[in-house]
Unconditional design. Structure first.
Length: 144
């Protein structure tokens, strides 16, 4: 059951003065502007790191919802935040860390079991797997 998703991007101009546009192939988001200033100086526009954060925040919740359902403690509600750190490393730049924060409303499960389930979801979600070994990933989990 392989699926394929696409995104397209264009860039015009130099790195410092130019700008790019990103479109998701599904049409869910179009004309997302990206600039070096927004990426490196924390401006109002999006960045590749923010798009990775969105992917990671949603991926961990899908993995967690699945794990909780298999344990017969399906969640009522799950929330996550993924915070990426983009920093200068040596002569270049890198995503150095992703900090995940997960909160959940889950009947029939204690705090320790919830944290263990979140840790398992962090280890097993496909986005974590893609980043493993390249980016430090931390998680802060608690029942709401």
């Amino acid at each position: 059951m392989a699926t394929e998703k696409t995104a397209t991007a264009t860039w015009e101009g130099s790195l410092a003065a130019g700008r790019g546009m990103v479109d998701l192939g599904s049409g869910a988001a179009q004309n997302l502007e990206v600039t070096w200033k927004d990426r490196a100086e924390g401006g109002a526009g999006t960045s590749p790191e923010e798009l990775i954060a969105a992917a990671h925040a949603s991926c961990i919740l899908m993995a967690l919802a699945g794990a909780l359902a298999r344990a017969e403690t399906p969640p009522s509600r799950l929330e996550s935040e993924a915070r990426t750190i983009f920093d200068k490393v040596g002569e270049g730049f890198a995503i150095t860390k992703i900090a995940l924060r997960v909160r959940g409303e889950v009947d029939g499960i204690g705090e320790v079991a919830f944290r263990e389930a979140v840790e398992g979801a962090k280890e097993n979600c496909p986005v974590s797997q893609a980043l493993k070994g390249n980016v430090e990933i931390t998680v802060d989990a608690a029942l709401a």
